[in-house]
Ligand binder design. Structure first.
Ligand code: PEP
Ligand code: MN
Length: 332
């Protein structure tokens, strides 16, 4: 909090203001405010106390624009419950499944592998936001029904993407958690629409979004009424073509300082190179992620989308075991 002092305050009055801040429990530091006026930076004191100190013209609240999702001094991570699975609590959560739902057998094999890997959420796309209009766009409503059935057979929760505001109701009928993909992170109409309903939201980072932009996107959802949001780091665009994206793991501790929302990491899209997904998933857990999302496919070579980055069932099960080992080391 910044206290801008009255114009032309004499030295004694400034000292008295500093003493008042100290008596209120704060630690004042002198600053020059915009326009050359003297100001005091005071940390650790309630705004109401500071505003009443003689000599204080007004206070500047340094709190961020994303006030609903900002970290709160008196609170830890906001735990998001997805059909009984707590994300942001003490236990690391794994979400896994195919990039796109293709057919029942593919989903059944994926769901079985997900369970064996220790996953609690089945993640699959029924509506796919593909870069090319000529690529497979997903099975649509049929994909939603297949997801629900496979998840119910294996006691998993469903997370799937919604692409447009008008489809939110229909997707929410089948899904336990709605995903907003990278390409839609700044689609404010869609953000508001998922904010007006009660299913938790998985908000992926835009491919060139700053943390501030991402948190403000989350703020749209929270401001519309839904604070059950999990942020998902999925890599950012960069110059290097060796990987699909640059997985920004520093985002995990940096977000933790800024927001109360739980944080997931998606190394599948974040790296896009199968051999690097396991090590980066482990690194994400070490960095403090609350959840990991990975793509798998029973036969990646035949996948209709993102097969190059899909883990086989055996690789997924191995990843699950390694995640648990690292999670134990970091106390999750
Ligand atoms: C996805 O998760 O299936 C996906 C398309 O990812 P992103 O939105 O991060 O590109
Ligand atoms: Mn994908």
């Amino acid at each position: 909090m910044i206290l801008v002092l009255d114009d032309g305050l004499d030295a004694e009055a400034v000292t008295r203001a500093e003493e008042a801040v100290r008596r209120a429990g704060g630690d004042p530091r002198r600053l020059t405010a915009e326009g050359g006026r003297l100001a005091l930076e005071a940390t650790g004191v309630a705004r109401e106390l500071l505003a009443r100190i003689p000599g204080v013209a007004f206070t500047l609240d340094g709190s961020p624009a994303y006030r609903r999702v900002a970290k709160r001094a008196d609170e830890g991570t906001h735990v998001v419950h997805v059909r009984g699975v707590a994300i942001g609590g003490p236990t690391l959560v794994l979400m896994a499944g195919p990039c796109a739902v293709e057919h029942e057998a593919q989903l059944e094999d994926s769901a079985r592998a997900a369970v064996q890997a220790g996953a609690r959420l089945l993640r699959g796309g029924a509506f796919k936001p593909r870069t090319s209009p000529y690529s497979f766009q997903g099975l649509g409503d049929l994909g939603l029904r297949l997801l629900r059935q496979a998840a119910d057979r294996h006691d998993l929760a469903v997370v799937t993407e919604v692409l447009e505001p008008g489809a939110v109701g229909a997707v929410a009928e089948y899904a336990d958690m709605l995903q907003i993909g990278s390409r839609n992170m700044q689609n404010s109409a869609l953000l508001r629409a998922v904010g007006r309903q009660s299913r938790p939201v998985l908000l992926k980072r835009g491919m060139s979004a700053t943390l501030e932009e991402w948190l403000l996107a989350a703020e749209y959802i929270a401001d519309a009424g839904n604070e059950n949001i999990v942020l998902c780091e999925r890599g950012v665009r960069t110059f290097d073509t060796a990987s699909r994206n640059l997985l920004d793991l520093a985002a995990v501790p940096l977000l933790r300082e800024r927001t109360r929302l739980p944080i997931a990491v998606d190394p599948s899209h974040g790296v896009g190179v199968r051999s690097a997904i396991l090590p980066m998933a482990l690194a994400a857990v070490a960095a403090g992620a609350d959840a990991i999302m990975v793509e798998c496919h029973p036969d990646p070579g035949t996948a209709r989308s993102d097969g190059f980055q899909a883990l086989t069932p055996d690789e997924l099960i191995h990843l699950g075991a390694r995640l648990r080992a690292v999670a134990a080391v970091v106390g999750r």
